[in-house]
Structure formats: structure tokens, C-alpha cells
Design a binder for this molecule. Structure first.
Ligand code: PLP
Length: 387
């Protein structure tokens, strides 16, 4: 058997949508991008959506639009993909990490508050905090939003794992508790465009900034121009932006995929429930979903007490992979990456995140997973034995 930890789910309709674009007038900058953005807006109730070529780009432009620059602090969770903090480094800002809640693996609001109190005394309060909805489960956004008000920082939700998830009965991306929400459409995520991402916001000013920065800082809108138009060819560059555009080919795939978002997330929840019910091993803890969350279940992460088991973490991963089970580890704390160690981070910075890392195993979870595949994974996990 060969069972990846995650994979895309592409239908005949998806393929035909893409072929349709290849035969059309526009491969990029055509009508499908706004249609894709409209669809995301209607699914999330967000006022503005800007599609982009990756979530990494979307995080970068979120920070840029919020005015992050050198001398500013940006905080995020250590248990995330490196893009969650690299986005601040691109802009010359400094980054720091808030330790996790060991039950949900999300940024812990209590530890955030303690860190804010210290930072306030030292004059090092963050300009932006980026909570990450780990595995598809929302962070405690109500608590984080109230701290944002008190300590005056902006919030960017890294919801790369979480499109289709819900928090307090609202869709993730609704923007009630943050300034900007970011989605990823990488093939391992819930829905895909090959590569892709999006920024969602209810703030018109931020939306306009992001839109400008997505395409070189160029505008064709007479209202925004500095000078009178020279003629119909005329455009102006009024800021320094990038080319972070999505193509219509990708947007067509995304639009077709979004038709199945609800089904994909339901399927992932059904698979997770089966894992919840059928994994039974004294050395293994299963993920905890809070009652105010509906997880999009990008990941299903076990915590295994490898101090008590026959095989250690490395041997267990090697064994599972030799059996064709694509176990993975999401993630080593970002600040333990060599690049971050060179910035001065040291071990023990976030002890709970490091403890998490020593026990974590992501087991396969994807919408097209078969019962036979899942039973095989369950059998192997239940067979983990003690010393
Ligand atoms: C995947 C991911 C990203 C980056 O997404 P891309 O679309 O690949 O750039 C950022 N943050 C988190 C938490 C992710 O999982």
C-alpha cells in the first residue's frame, strides 16, 4: 500500500474547467479570477478577497499592507510552516514566537497575554500577531481579538489549514476577529489551485493596498493616479509591489474545487471520527477539538509517548514509511530551523512546542482516502507497543 499523508482530489469537472480556460482568450488576468474571489467571499461572508499565487505571498502582502517594516515586531506560533514568520522577515521586521496550548497545538492566549505584559514593559509590543489555525481548528480568536484591542496590534489569521472550518458558528475567514485572513491552495491543503492563496478582509483600505501590491504597485484607476492620464495606454506605478498574481488556469481549478469544499470537509471529519473511535493505544493521544470549533481537518496529529514505546520517534517514522504509510511531522518549531538559530533563537524558547515536536505524528488524512487504507493505518497505530 502507498498512502500519502495528504493529496489533492481532482474530478473530471475540475479537469474540464481547466481545459475550458486553455481554449479561452485569457490564461491570466481574465474573468475567472474575480469569479473565484466572489465565490470565496460568498462562502466566508468576507467583504473583500484577493487571490494570489501562494499563501506565502498573501502573508507577505498582509504584513506589507499593515505597514510592517524594520524595527517592528511580528509574533506567530512556533508550530507552523516557516512562511508564517518569514513574511515578517521579508519586510525587515523582527519575529518572535508565542508558545502553544498543549491541547490544541494553537497559539495559547494566556501565554500571549503574559508575553504582551513583558513586551509592554520593555517597549517591544508587536505590530502584528499571526495566529495559525493548526490542522484546521480555529485558535481562540475571541481571546486574541480582545488582547489585540488592549495592546493595539493587528491580527492576521494564517488559515492555510482551515478553509471550510467554522468558529463560533461563523465560517473561518469571516473576519470578525481579525484584520486579514489568509488561505492556501497548495495541493495538500483542503482545496487546491496547484499553487495559490488568498487574503480576505472586511477593510476596504487594506484590500486596496493588497490589490496594488499584488501587481507591481501599478494602478489603472484614474482616481488613484498622481497625474492626469496621458492617454488610453497610461498606467502608473505608485508603490513598490510584486507579481503575486494567480492565473485564470489556476482560478478555474479553484472555482471548480470550491464546489466540493463542504463535501471535502465533511469527508475529512468522517475520517477523523473513525480515527477517534478506532485508535486505541495507551501510548497515543488523539487530537482534541473544542466545542466552539468545526475543524477543516487538514491534519490529524497524534501525540505518541515515545519515552515508553519500543520504537523511538525516528524508528517509528521509518517503519511506517517502509509500510507505505506517509506519516509526516507538522512541524519542528520554526525557531529551531538553522536560519532562525542564526538570528539568535535558542532551544527551550517555547518548551511546550518542543515537547509537542518530540511526540507528534501526522497520520494520513485526505478526502479520497479509502476505508482499506484507513484500516491499515489504524492497525499499525494500535500495534505500537511498550518497552
Ligand atoms: C501551507 C502553509 C503556508 C504556505 O502556503 P503556500 O500556499 O504553500 O505558500 C503558510 N502557512 C501555513 C500554516 C501552511 O500550512
Amino acid at each position: 500500500m502507498n498512502i500519502p499523508y495528504g493529496r489533492q482530489d481532482i474530478s473530471q469537472e475540475d479537469i474540464e474547467s481547466v481545459i475550458g480556460i486553455l481554449r479561452s482568450d485569457f490564461l491570466t488576468q481574465g474573468p475567472v479570477i474575480p469569479a473565484f474571489e466572489e465565490k470565496i467571499k460568498s462562502l466566508t461572508t468576507s467583504k473583500f478577497c484577493l487571490a494570489m499565487n501562494s499563501a506565502t505571498s498573501a502573508l507577505h502582502l498582509s504584513c506589507a499592507a499593515l505597514g510592517v517594516g524594520s524595527g517592528d515586531w511580528v509574533w506567530t506560533s512556533p508550530i507552523s510552516f516557516v512562511a508564517s514568520s518569514n513574511c515578517a522577515l521579508y519586510l525587515g521586521a523582527k519575529v518572535d514566537f508565542v508558545d502553544i496550548d498543549p491541547a490544541t497545538f494553537n497559539m495559547c492566549p494566556k501565554r500571549l497575554e503574559e508575553k504582551l505584559k513583558t513586551a509592554e514593559r520593555e517597549g517591544k509590543l508587536p505590530k502584528v500577531v499571526i495566529p495559525v489555525h493548526f490542522g484546521g481548528q480555529s485558535c481562540d480568536m475571541r481571546a486574541i481579538a480582545s488582547l489585540a484591542k488592549k495592546y493595539n496590534f493587528a491580527v492576521v489569521e494564517d488559515a492555510s489549514h482551515a478553509i471550510g472550518g467554522r468558529y463560533l458558528d461563523s465560517p473561518i475567514g469571516c473576519g470578525e476577529f481579525s484584520d486579514i485572513t489568509v488561505f492556501s491552495f497548495h495541493p495538500v491543503k483542503i482545496v487546491t489551485t496547484g499553487e495559490g492563496g488568498a487574503c480576505l478582509t472586511n477593510n476596504e483600505n487594506l484590500a486596496h493596498k493588497i490589490e496594488l501590491l499584488r501587481s507591481h504597485g501599478i494602478t489603472r484607476d484614474g482616481q488613484k493616479m498622481k497625474r492626469a492620464s496621458h492617454g488610453p495606454w497610461y498606467y502608473e506605478q505608485i508603490a513598490l509591489g510584486w507579481n503575486y498574481r494567480l492565473t485564470d488556469i489556476q482560478a478555474a481549478l479553484g472555482l471548480s474545487q470550491l464546489e466540493k469544499l463542504g463535501l471535502f470537509v465533511e469527508k475529512r471529519n468522517r475520517l477523523a471520527r473513525k480515527y477517534d473511535e478506532e485508535i486505541n493505544n495507551e501510548f497515543v493521544s488523539k487530537p482534541v477539538i473544542k466545542s466552539d470549533c468545526y475543524s477543516a481537518y487538514h491534519l490529524y496529529v497524534l501525540q505518541v509517548d515515545f519515552t515508553k514505546t519500543v520504537t523511538d520517534q525516528k524508528e517509528f517514522f521509518e517503519y511506517m514509511r517502509s509500510e507505505g504509510i506517509g506519516v509526516n511531522l507538522h512541524y519542528m518549531p520554526i525557531y529551531l530551523q538553522p536560519y532562525y538559530e542564526e538570528l539568535g533563537f535558542q532551544k527551550n524558547h517555547c518548551p511546550l512546542a518542543e515537547n509537542y515536536y518530540s511526540q507528534a505524528v501526522s497520520i494520513p488524512l485526505f478526502s479520497s482516502m479509502t476505508e482499506k487504507q484507513q484500516n491499515f493505518v489504524i492497525e499499525k497505530v494500535n500495534a505500537i507497543s511498550g518497552k
